[in-house]
Design a protein around this ligand. Structure first.
Ligand code: FPP
Length: 250
C-alpha cells in the first residue's frame, strides 16, 4: 500500500496497522451546533469549523489508503431546520465544492454524491455537478457526500426502481434478492462501509445507510465534529484494527 508520508502522518502512522485500514469509512458528522454553543458563537460558526474538519479528514483518509469515505453532510430531515441555518449550510457546501477542487485534484480524490440531489438549490446542484465532473477520472480516495439523504427514502426509491424493471419485463420478481436490492440503492457503485464513525456521543443511526451498515463496525466518540481531526480519525482507525469481524459467523 502506498502511503504519503507528510511530517504529520509520519508521527502518527506507526500506531496504525496499515494492513487493517478499513476500505470504506462512513461518518455521521455531529456536534457542530454544540461546539458553537459552548463558545457562545452562532451555530453557523460550528458548521464552518466542521467544514475544516471535512478538509482534514479527506486528506487523512487518502493518506492512509482508505478507498471510500462517505460523509453524512445533510439529511432529508435537516430541511426542517431554521431557514437561515439551511441557507448558511447550502452556501458553505457550495463554497466547499468550489474551493476544494484544486485540493481534490492534487490528492487524486474522486467526488461523488448520494441522496435526493434534485432537492438542493440549483446553484448547489450546478457546482456539485461541476466538481464531480472535474474529479471523475481521479483514481485515489472516493469521497461520497450524502446530501438530502435518508436511508428510508433510499429504500423507497430502490423498491420503485425494481418495480419499474419488473413492469418492463427486465426482471422476474423471483430474482429479487439481496444483490438485486444492493444494485438498486444509491450506493450500488461502492462496497458497504467497514467502519461507521459518529461524533458527539449520540448513539443513533439517524436514518443513515440503513441497509449498508448491516455488518459495519461502529465507533462512537464524544468529540464534537469540529474537533474531530487527523489525530482523532487515526484513533478510530486504530480501534477498528483491533476488532474481530465475524459477519455473523463464529
Ligand atoms: C451536525 O451538527 C452537522 C450537520 C447537520 C451538518 C454537517 C455539515 C458540515 C460538517 C459542514 C459542511 C459540510 C461540508 C461537506 C463542507 P449539528 O448541527 O446537528 O450539531 P448539534 O447536534 O450539536 O446541534
Amino acid at each position: 500500500m502506498q502511503v504519503k508520508t507528510t511530517n504529520e502522518t509520519r508521527t502518527i502512522l506507526p500506531e496504525i496497522d496499515l494492513r487493517k485500514v478499513p476500505r470504506h469509512v462512513a461518518i455521521i458528522m455531529d456536534g457542530n451546533g454544540r461546539w458553537a454553543k459552548q463558545r457562545g458563537l452562532p451555530r453557523v460558526e460550528g458548521h464552518r469549523q466542521g467544514a475544516e474538519s471535512v478538509r482534514e479528514i479527506v486528506r487523512a483518509a487518502g493518506d492512509v489508503g482508505v478507498e471510500y469515505l462517505t460523509l453524512y453532510a445533510f439529511s432529508v430531515e435537516n430541511w426542517n431546520r431554521p431557514k437561515a441555518e439551511v441557507a448558511a449550510l447550502m452556501r458553505l457546501l457550495r463554497k466547499f465544492l468550489k474551493d476544494e477542487i484544486p485540493e481534490l485534484q492534487k490528492n487524486n480524490v474522486r467526488l461523488q454524491a448520494i441522496g435526493r440531489l434534485s432537492d438542493l438549490p440549483p446553484e448547489v446542484q450546478e457546482q456539485l455537478h461541476e466538481s464531480i465532473e472535474a474529479t471523475r477520472k481521479n483514481s485515489g480516495l472516493t469521497l461520497v457526500l450524502a446530501l438530502s439523504y435518508s436511508g428510508r427514502v433510499e429504500m423507497v426509491e430502490c423498491v420503485h426502481s425494481i418495480l419499474r424493471e419488473i413492469k418492463l419485463g427486465h426482471l422476474d420478481p423471483a430474482q429479487v434478492d439481496e444483490k438485486v436490492i444492493s444494485q438498486h440503492l444509491y450506493t450500488r457503485y461502492y462496497p458497504d462501509p467497514d467502519l461507521l464513525v459518529r461524533t458527539s456521543g449520540e448513539m443513533r443511526l439517524s436514518n443513515f445507510l440503513l441497509w449498508q451498515l448491516s455488518y459495519t463496525e461502529i465507533f462512537i466518540t464524544t468529540i464534537l465534529w469540529p474537533d474531530f481531526r487527523r489525530k482523532e480519525f487515526f484513533a478510530a482507525l486504530q480501534d477498528f484494527a483491533s476488532r474481530q469481524r465475524r459477519f455473523g459467523g463464529v
